[in-house]
Write a protein that binds this ligand. Structure first.
Ligand code: ADP
Ligand code: MG
Length: 478
């Protein structure tokens, strides 16, 4: 057992999926020509005034309600002052002392597989900065302000996480929630969902928190895990070598799989926060909160519990199937359509279908096999037209557009041989051809049953009903 305990708190930045920016009417669509979507407000021209997009208030309230937080009746936008080329105003509008979402919680599985509560400190609204473009101009840096003013919800956790795995589990939960709520597309490659990880270590039993380092701007679950694990090992090394961890901001280099110091506490900015005089306090009426509450969709943990109850799923399977709304909807349509076992439907989606989609990098919404088509396949297993093994062959055909399960079964003649006399003859031939095995079986080597079944399945191209074959062989050999 290690004598070190790891402590992690995450600050997750989620871009909110509004059409226009938080304080201007510019589009937030990703991928436009640089600076094509930057209005005078986003460019920080003097004399312009920000106007709050009410949609972000609604989205923040949705998130707050979804994690059992308080939606503040009054919150304040503040100016966070610092200089950077991609921040033309010289300050970022954020919320500081009075954020819109206060408190909250969610539940993850810890490393032992038990349910663990993670407290959320707050979630506040702010504007995203622009982007510095370093690699396009020889010897100089470009500035793209399309992202400037894109709404962000920054979700801050308490330092309740105890390992890189827990941090990832927490981040995945938040990711799942914002996507269920449809308040963010959660696209990590495009930077719509990223986090800063605050990491410290302390000796087991120590009460005070250790000094933390903050690893900035992690934009994949894998990088979060790797950066945190690097940081844990680094900090333990520093202390065990007699040094002290300094409070600082670090950057993760994914090529070298290491974090590097960006700036120390002494060099940290003093942001001189103060309430933005151009923006009124955000005041929210109870009726608005109630209206938002009524609009909430079924949340992942509620759906998961319902799937366990309604479809008799194992908890682990229900958790996988409710990670995204699209996957859950897909499953539910299959389960409702098929006459067969809803647990077998779950196995097919988690197993073969997910493998296919992963391999070809396809979203579940674009699955080449529709829920109705998959249910059609499962029904042929249920009514014994084909075995589970042949079903895989049919599934492959369906995935490449060969037709429905029924069409493929008919075209390839894959239906099981249920004609007992035909099977009988095949079994008899196999027994005749293998006298030594027959003798061993009769002498008590019952394991050989598998050998005979295998021979029959081979002879029939897998089209015999395995249960029936078992029975026939036992009968003939006894
Ligand atoms: P700041 O605003 O300076 O980044 P906060 O106090 O708001 O600092 O904390 C930011 C994040 O750091 C929170 O998620 C919090 O849980 C986490 N945190 C604070 N102290 C520690 C620590 N000693 N070790 C790990 N995480 C910490
Ligand atoms: Mg921070």
């Amino acid at each position: 057992m290690s004598r070190w305990e790891v402590v992690i708190g995450l600050e997750i930045h989620t871009q909110l999926a509004t059409n226009s920016k938080i304080f201007s009417g510019s589009s937030t669509a990703y991928g436009a020509e640089p600076n094509a979507q930057a209005s005078l407000v986003d460019l920080g021209y003097p004399g312009v005034l920000p106007v709050l997009n009410v949609e972000v208030v609604r989205m923040a309230a949705m998130f707050g309600l979804a994690v059992n937080a308080t939606v503040a009746k009054r919150s304040i936008f503040a100016r966070k002052n610092y200089f950077y080329p991609d921040l033309p105003k010289g300050y970022q509008i954020s919320q500081y002392e009075l954020p819109i979402v206060v408190g909250g919680e969610l539940f993850i599985r810890d490393d032992a597989g038990d349910e663990k509560r993670i407290r959320i400190t707050r979630a506040h609204l702010e504007e995203d900065a622009g982007k510095s473009v370093h690699d396009e101009f020889e010897g100089s840096t470009g500035v793209d302000l399309n992202r400037a003013g894109t709404p962000l919800l920054e979700i801050v956790s308490e330092p309740d996480l105890r390992s890189a795995k827990e941090a990832v589990a927490y981040m995945r939960k938040i990711h799942s929630i914002v996507r269920y709520l449809e308040i963010s597309d959660g696209n990590m490659q495009e930077g719509s969902f990223r986090c800063d990880a605050n990491v410290s270590v302390r000796q087991v039993g120590q009460v005070e928190l250790g000094t933390r380092a903050e690893v900035k701007n992690l934009n994949s679950f894998r990088f979060v895990e790797k950066a945190i694990n690097f940081e844990i090992a680094r900090q333990i090394d520093v202390i065990e070598d007699g040094g002290v961890v300094v409070q600082e901001t670090r950057l993760y280099d994914s090529d070298k799989d290491e974090t590097r110091s960006m700036r120390s506490k002494e060099e940290a900015n003093d942001y001189r926060y103060f309430p933005d005089p151009d923006l009124l306090p955000v005041e929210i009426e109870d009726s608005f909160v109630e209206e938002v509450r009524r609009s909430l969709p079924e949340l992942p943990h509620v759906k998961c519990a319902r799937f366990i109850a309604e479809y008799a799923l194992k908890e682990a399977d229900a958790e996988i199937l409710t990670v995204s709304r699209a996957l859950a909807d897909f499953y539910e349509e299959v389960a409702k359509t098929t006459a067969g076992d809803s647990r077998i439907a779950a196995n097919w989606i988690i197993g073969d279908l997910s493998a296919l989609l992963n391999r070809d990098n396809i979203d579940i919404q674009d699955s080449p096999i529709t829920p109705i088509a998959l249910a059609g396949l499962l029904d042929r297993i249920t009514d014994d037209t084909i075995s589970g093994k042949i079903a895989k062959e049919v599934f492959d055909g369906m995935s490449t557009g060969e037709g429905s399960a029924d069409e493929i079964i008919a075209a390839k003649g894959l239906q099981q041989i249920t004609d007992v006399s035909a099977l009988d003859a095949i079994v008899a031939a196999i027994i005749d051809a293998n006298p030594a095995q027959v003798a061993d079986y009769r002498a008590g080597k019952e394991k050989l049953l598998g050998f005979f079944v295998g021979q029959v399945m081979k002879e029939t191209g897998g089209k015999a009903n395995p249960g029936q074959v078992n029975q026939l062989i036992k009968q003939k050999l006894s």
